[in-house]
Design a protein around this ligand. Structure first.
Ligand SMILES: [Cu+2]
Length: 120
């Protein structure tokens, strides 16, 4: 009986601790500057235009692009105009950031039918 009373008193004491805390002032949110590496193009296959996603990719002027290899084979993406070359991109890896001036079309040096493009 005594134990029951103690337990009840303890429980209600606990309950009173969950009173809402006073509102905390939140600092103003400062947005970071636009990302310089915000564009990524996924490699999702090894043939045709379906190999890249999105395709075409939208690449505003001044944005850097990273190719992410989400497929099951290695790739090496090269600009059709020779402006850049990612070098080998292993399965699951990403390329270095590429300074890409759209519009540009590109292909895979390993899989000749892989074709992609970027537009502004
Ligand atoms: Cu490839």
């Amino acid at each position: 009986m005594l134990l029951g009373l103690v337990a009840t008193a303890f429980a209600s004491a606990c309950g009173s601790r969950t009173a809402p805390s006073p509102p905390v002032a939140t600092p103003p949110i400062t947005l970071p500057p636009p990302s310089q590496s915000g564009i990524s193009i996924s490699i999702v296959g090894n043939s045709g235009t379906q190999a890249f996603s999105p395709n075409p990719a939208t690449v505003p002027a001044g944005q850097l692009v990273i190719f992410r290899n989400a497929s099951s084979s290695n790739h090496r993406i090269v600009a059709d105009n020779g402006a850049w070359d990612t070098g080998a991109i292993a399965v699951g890896a990403s390329s270095a950031a590429i300074s890409m001036t759209a519009p540009v079309s590109f292909h895979c040096a390993i899989h000749g039918s892989m074709m992609g493009s970027a537009v502004q």
